[in-house]
Design a protein around this ligand. Structure first.
Ligand SMILES: Cc1ncc(COP(=O)(O)O)c(C=O)c1O
Length: 473
């Protein structure tokens, strides 16, 4: 009998796996038809010069998966009951390039690519790295708290319960942290834990937006929010940002939602004054609109106490407060939260449950301890001093090198600032001089200013900041 399959003794896959694959592929491509007889394991072993155990292992697997069947006394055959719909095609015709593309949903076609982060290259100083400085993060404490949770092996931490709102201890810790530090008014029941504020915004869109709904967003805005609302079919209504925040007077006549970053507008860095906040609340009240307050980096304010959250100013207008641990801890933690008006807790919890059940419980439990024991606020205080100094050095260097040829926008807050150069030349030359900088242009719906850039200083040493601006200058 001719050997119907080949094996490669020096190949990386074990022999029984190769035999299994050869038969499987042959059956799927109909090289071997239903009812075809296979050599016995004894014959196959002899023909290929392998042990009978190896041949038997391959046949057992094929049998378990339904490719072959054995009949007592008469031998082993390709299964006769492989369905007729089984593709009658050659291996070449089963190539993925031969099939027509899969039709995407409307949501699928609207998804825009992620903005590309420049890869750190030797000798280049990145002024576009959107991360906190983790060099000073208290990892020994974090490790201890995680280990403590692991030692407990508590069923509540190893499972995810039956609702998607998150770890109860963490919800409590966040509610009291927000009351202390952000004047947010809520009970722990109103807190829903999510995988970063990006998921918070995604759940908002799923629960609140139908295709064609008007959504007012700041212009410029955080790209991740704009792209996400657009993907859900929202009709985006860009509203200009002035020196005192979103221009309430320019809001559209109607909108289902308005997305704002009042504490530290992204990207321009201005804060919304109390007067504008009250106007926005009044506008939302008369229009029946929901306000999403994205408070992504409000912990870092360098010229006084952080501004209280807009959420705390009203109970009669629905404000969804969104916060994250990405900037005060590290972004890979993927933990953030929503503070919801009571009537929205149930639909949001359901949406989170349908999306992914629950955020990782071990980290949630450790984070609850991290907040309760005061480590979070201590770390924020330390980083606030550090970032304040870095921002001062950056502003000083920009002023020294560019004088009146640069305008520095925004308040003394956050982890980045925005600069407007009198000419686009610094950007054209930046790369050549070993500096990477990001334009704010993608954040604009309308026409962007010609030479406006984001400078992210949080992850840069004081020396790197000075060096970068010297190179730019
Ligand atoms: C304004 C704003 N909101 C939300 C996010 C999302 O952050 P995360 O999902 O890491 O919490 C970012 C991230 O850059 C942001 O800048």
């Amino acid at each position: 009998m001719r050997v119907p399959i080949v094996v490669d003794r020096r190949g990386p896959a074990p022999l029984h796996r190769q035999i299994y694959e050869e038969w499987r592929r042959g059956i799927l491509s109909t090289r071997f038809a239903p009812g075809d007889r296979l050599p016995s394991t004894r014959d196959l072993a002899a023909m290929l010069g392998i042990s009978r155990t190896t041949a038997t292992a391959a046949y057992d697997q094929l049998m378990a998966e339904g490719y072959i069947e054995s009949e007592r006394g008469s031998g082993t055959f390709v299964s006769r009951d492989l369905p007729d719909v089984h593709p009658r095609m050659t291996r070449a015709a089963d190539d993925s390039s031969a099939r027509s593309p899969v039709r995407l949903s409307k949501y699928g076609t609207r998804l825009e690519p992620a903005s590309v982060r420049p890869t750190p290259a030797a000798g280049i100083i990145h002024l576009s790295n959107p991360v906190p400085d983790v060099a000073d993060f208290p990892f020994p404490i974090w490790r201890r708290l995680l280990a403590r949770q692991l030692r407990r092996v508590a069923p509540a931490t190893l499972d995810y319960g039956s609702h998607g709102a998150g770890h109860d201890g963490l919800r409590q810790a966040i509610a009291s942290y927000l009351a202390r530090s952000r004047a947010v008014r809520c009970t722990p029941d109103q807190v829903v834990i999510v995988n970063g504020s990006q998921q918070a915004l995604d759940v908002c869109a799923r629960v609140l937006i139908d295709a064609g709904d008007d959504v007012a967003i700041e212009d410029p805005a955080y790209l991740g929010a704009r792209q996400l609302f657009a993907a859900h079919g929202a009709r985006l209504r860009p509203v200009p940002v002035l020196t005192d925040g979103l221009s309430v007077a320019a809001l559209p006549g109607k909108a289902r939602l308005v997305y704002v970053t009042p504490s530290h507008q992204f990207p321009l860095g201005v804060s919304m004054t109390l007067a504008r906040r009250l106007e926005l609340i009044a506008w939302a009240r008369t229009r029946g609109a929901v306000i999403i307050e994205d408070d992504y980096d409000s912990e870092y304010r360098y010229d006084g106490a952080p501004l209280p959250a807009l959420q705390g100013l009203t109970a009669s207008v629905p404000v969804i407060y969104v916060g994250t641990f990405s900037n005060v801890m590290f972004p890979g933690l993927r933990l953030g939260y929503l503070v919801l008006p009571p009537d929205l807790v149930e639909p949001f919890t359901r949406a989170k449950w349908h999306a992914d059940r629950h955020s990782a419980t071990l980290e949630q439990a450790a984070l609850a301890d991290f907040i309760r024991e005061g480590h979070l606020e201590r770390h924020i205080r330390r980083m606030r001093r550090r970032y304040k100094r870095r921002r001062e050095i950056l502003v000083d260097a920009l002023t020294r090198h560019f004088g009146r040829r640069v305008a520095i926008l925004g308040d003394a807050a956050g982890m980045h600032l925005v600069v407007r150069f009198a000419s686009p030349r610094p950007f054209a030359q930046a790369r050549r001089n070993g500096v990477e900088m990001t334009s704010t242009a993608p954040c604009y719906v309308g026409a962007p200013p010609p030479a406006e850039f984001l400078i992210r200083f949080s992850a840069l040493s004081e020396r790197a900041i000075r060096e970068a601006i010297t190179r730019l200058g």
